[in-house]
Design a protein around this ligand. Structure first.
Ligand code: PLP
Length: 467
């Protein structure tokens, strides 16, 4: 589980709208010739009303024209065009506000996307040594030229050995507690002496819950994430005691809009503003769904500018989901259909191994079918269309179930299904429980239609990690 995130609240919202399924006919137009979501869909759809309906029901729009038989199953397919569109939005925030945007690798860590991400963002935020090393190797490697990409590392607690490595490769290291900072302070400042660009920060906890789900709420009572004001003032009764600390960090949101950031900032400034004038940066964490169409980006830009101006510091944000949202699907295949009170389709993808958030959150992913020259069908709520099925995986877990869906026609053995919006917090969380093979990973370009399988997993990947 990543630290403090993954509510998929937007998906729940979409699922609750999900009363009826819609179909579009791809046979009427050449497949895969899309350039932008709305343009693409007008080529395939009979009416504008249907376009709106479809776009309200499926997040990864470009995949409505993707033939799921083009890859082996199961397979994550990522549309690099959508990723680039998200990155452009985030870069725009950077340019307009002067704040720096980092990708939170915990959400999306595709090596093959690193060059694209480097074109747009300032750097990466890492959750520990592995992600920091990954950032060091792939986001600021020599092959990317001389552009320095920043690496910011935060962990709820650092181990001595890990910190030694992080001191060599991170730009910012953020400590989660006063105790950890005071314990490692001498060593940290020594390393900073050798590498002056290295800076240290503290994660604070403004204790203002704005999210919907406690599992993903770093501000919940009893949270271990970040230093509360009481703890902070106990350890640093006056700002000058913050010697060695260059910035503060907070992360309190998950899939949230600007209004919740505003509330959080008010709480944060009420509690911690007196410490800011002597600091060089403020990191506002992740959870900002900036690339969602209704996010108030204009006000975000104003606020970031205001913070930087008022406190003379550099602002950072570190979104993860916003980079990869609506950019990918998980393709799966129907293996068998059994019956027990209801029809149950067993597929070669697993909720617990390949889409764990669907069980953890839980939420119900949108499902659709698309193959060349056949109508695209968006599965509806169970009972709304003539043929209802529970979709389940191959593992022993009785609850390895994606949900109940209905279709216009009966599902067939070998039929392909696509699970919507599976790029972020999905590929990074897969497991091989029950010896389940991991899905392959393919990169698709929805403009050129180029498709490349960038990773395939084998038996070796299963046994080699279990000792
Ligand atoms: C410290 C921190 N930063 C950034 C993020 C990224 O959040 P999101 O992917 O929701 O933008 C997370 C998510 O858990 C986090 O814990």
């Amino acid at each position: 589980m990543n630290m403090g995130c993954r509510s998929r609240s937007s998906k729940i919202r979409i699922s609750s709208w999900y009363k009826t399924g819609y179909e579009i006919n791809t046979a009427a137009a050449p497949a895969y010739s899309i350039t932008a979501d709305s343009v693409a869909l007008t080529k395939y759809l009979p009416s504008t009303t249907n376009i709106v309906k479809i776009m309200n029901h499926i997040n990864s729009h470009s995949f409505l024209t993707f033939d799921a038989h083009r890859v082996s199953s199961p397979c994550f397919v990522i549309d690099e065009v959508k990723i680039e569109q998200n990155l452009q939005i985030l870069q725009n925030i950077e340019k307009k506000s002067g704040a720096k945007v980092l990708i939170a690798l915990k959400a999306f860590s595709m090596k093959s996307m690193a060059p694209l991400i480097c074109k747009y963002l300032t750097g990466c935020c890492a959750s520990g040594v592995y992600e920091a090393k990954f950032a060091f190797d792939h986001f600021q490697g020599k092959q990317l030229g001389s552009n320095h990409r920043e690496i910011h590392t935060y962990s709820p607690a650092f181990k001595d050995d890990d910190l030694e490595q992080l001191l060599l490769i991170s730009d910012h290291i953020v400590f989660n507690s006063c105790r950890q900072w005071l314990r490692f302070k001498d060593r940290a400042l020594q390393a900073q002496h050798a590498r002056p660009a290295l800076q240290f920060g503290l994660r604070i906890n403004p204790m203002l819950s704005t999210g919907a789900t406690e599992l993903y709420d770093p501000c919940a009572k009893g949270s271990r994430l970040g230093i509360t004001l009481d703890e902070f003032t106990l350890n640093f009764p006056s700002p000058d005691l913050l010697d060695g600390i260059s910035g503060l960090h907070f992360h309190t949101l998950c899939e949230q809009g600007y209004d919740d950031l505003e509330l959080t900032l008010t709480a944060f400034e009420q509690q911690f503003a007196s410490y800011l004038p002597q600091l060089q940066w403020l990191n506002l964490g992740g959870g900002h769904l900036i690339t969602a169409p209704d996010y108030d980006r204009g006000t975000l830009v104003k606020t970031l500018k205001r913070l930087q101006h008022q406190y003379h510091l550099q602002a950072y944000i570190e979104p993860g989901e916003a980079i990869a949202i609506n950019s990918g699907v998980l393709v799966a295949e129907v293996l068998d259909i059994v019956s027990n009170h209801t029809n149950i389709a067993i597929i070669d993808a697993s909720a617990t191994c390949h889409m764990p958030d669907t069980l953890e959150m839980p939420y119900r992913a949108n499902v659709f079918t698309a193959t060349a020259n056949t109508p695209v069908e968006i599965a509806a709520t169970c009972g709304d269309k003539p043929f209802s099925y529970r979709l389940g995986g191959q593992t022993c877990l009785a609850g390895d179930v994606m949900g109940d869906y209905s279709f216009k026609h009966p599902l067939a053995i070998g039929q392909r299904l696509m699970f919507d919006d599976m790029s972020h917090y999905t590929m990074v969380k897969t497991t091989t429980f029950n010896g389940m093979p991991l899905p392959s990973i393919a990169v698709w370009n929805s403009v050129t239609d180029n498709l490349e399988v960038v990773k395939q997993f084998h038996y070796h990947d299963f046994f080699s990690r279990l000792g």
